[in-house]
Design a protein around this ligand. Sequence first.
Ligand code: HEM
Length: 500
Amino acid sequence: MGLLTGDGLWTAGIFMAIFLLLVDLMHRRQRWTARYPPGPVPLPVLGNLLQINFQNMPAGFQKLRCRFGDLFSLQLAFEPVVVLNGPAALREVLVNYNEDTADRPPMHTVEHLGFGPHSQGVILAHYGPAWREQRRFSVSTLRHFGLGKTSLEQWVTEEAGCLCAVLTDYAGHPFSPNTLLDKAVCNVIASLLYARRFEYDDPRLIRLLDLLKDTLEEESGFLPMFLNVFPMFLRIPGLVDKVFSGKKAFMVTLDELVTEHKMTWDPDQPPRDLTDAFLAEVEKAKGNPESSFNDVNLRLVVSDLFTAGMVTTSTTLSWALLLMILHPDVQRCVQQEIDEVIGQVRHPEMADQARMPFTNAVIHEVQRFSDIVPFGVPHKTSRDIEVQGFLIPKGTILITNLSSALKDESTWEKPLQFHPEHFLDAQGRFVKPEAFMPFSAGRRACLGEPLARMELFLFFTCLLQRFSFSVPAGHPRPSDHGVFGALTTPSPYQLCAVPR
Ligand code: HEM
C-alpha cells in the first residue's frame, strides 16, 4: 500500500477536519436550547479547554460565576460540562436530584489499572451495582472497625501519641510538619487496611508517601484532563507508562502489602482489617461473575481508600497547625478548653467533643477556610434535570464548586477570613450552617467523613494538649494563601512545637 503524499494527504486532512467539526457540532447541539446554562463561547473541537486557568481554577471559576451566574456551562473538547455554584444550587443538584446526578464521567486514564465492569474501585465507579456493593462494604467495614476493642479511635489515639513523641524530639527547633502528619495519618489508614503501622523511618513508608505524591501530581492539571477527553492519545505506545509511572509503582507497592497479608490471613478468624474482610467476600463470591469482590477490585478499592483517606486528612491538619501559629489567641482558647474539659493527664476521646464547642468550631473553620477539595469529584447526570430554571441534559458532566459554598457571602460573616465564630451561636454553642459541605452531599458524599472527623479531632486536641505552636523566631509570618493543585495545600511553612 502506497503512503499518502501530496494531494492525497490534503484530501485526508480535509476529511478529518470535516469529520471532527461534525462530531463537535453533534456534541454541542444541546447547548442550543434556550434553557441550557450560559457560558463562554467554545472553540471548535477544543471547546473551552484553552480558556481554563488550570493553575488557579477557583479564581477562574469565580470570574465565570460573576459573568454567567450560579450555573454556567463549559465545553471540554466534546464533553458538555455544567459548573454548580453556591449552596442552593449544589444542594438542589446533589441532594434533591441525588439519584439522577450520582454517576461519574468515564475516566479513560484509569483503564490501564484494571478498571472494568466489575472492578471500578469506589471513587470513580459508575453509579451501578459495582459501586453500590463497594460503597456499602467500605461504609460497613469502617463502622465495624469504629466499634469494639481494636477500634479506630484507639488506633488514632496511639498514633497521635507516636506523633507527639517525635515532636518532643525536635526540642523546640523549627521544622516543617507536613511529612510527619502524612506519616501519622498514613498509619491510621494502614491500620484500617492492613492492621499494621510503620515506623516513621521505615523506607517502605517513605517510598509509599513519595509515590502517593507523584500520583497526585500526575492526576492533576491539564494533561490528564486532556487525555480523558481525547482518549485516543492514550494508545500512543509507552505514553501511559510514562505519564502514570507513579500511580503504577504505587499500586505495585500496595499489591506487595496485600500479598504479604494473604500469607497470614486465616479465614476462620474474625477479620483483622478491611483487606481480610474483602478477601472473605472474594471467597464467598467465587463462581459469581457479576460480583465486584475480586482481586483486581481489591487493589482499586484499597488504593482509593488509601489515597482519599490519607492526603485529605493530613493536609487539613497541616492547615490547622498553620492557622494556630497565625492566630495564637485562638490557639490559647482551644488549649484553655482542653485544660478545662480533658485536663493535662488523660488522652482526648471522641466523647469529649460534645463538651468542646470552641475546639469543634475551630476544626470546622479550618476545613471551611482551607477549602482543600474546592471542586469535589466530577458527577454526571443520568437523566435530564431542571435546576433553577435551567435544563441540564442527561450525560452532562457536573463540576461541584464546593468552594463557592464554603466561601458563600450570604452565609458567612467573613468568608475570606479565619473566623471560628462562624460555627458558634450567641451563647457559644456549636452550630453548623448548611453551606458547610467540604465532604460534598448526597449519594456520593465522602464515605470517610466519620473517620476524618475522628482523626481531625483526636490529632488536633492531642497536639494542642501537649504543645504550643508558634512561628519560629526570626522567620517571616507564613502566608495563609493556599497553593492550588490536586488539593489546596498551605504554602510551605515551618513552626516550633514547645511542650506545655
Ligand atoms: C478532611 C478529610 C476529607 C475530605 C475533605 C474529603 C472530601 C471528599 C469529597 C469532596 C469527596 C467527593 C464527593 C462527591 O463526589 O460529591 C470525597 C469522596 C470520597 N472520599 Fe473523602 N474526604 C476526606 C477524607 C476521607 C477519608 C478519611 C476517606 C477514607 C477512609 C475518604 C474516602 C472517600 C471515598 C471512598 C470517596 C468516594 C465516594 C463515592 O464516590 O461514593 N475520604 N471525599
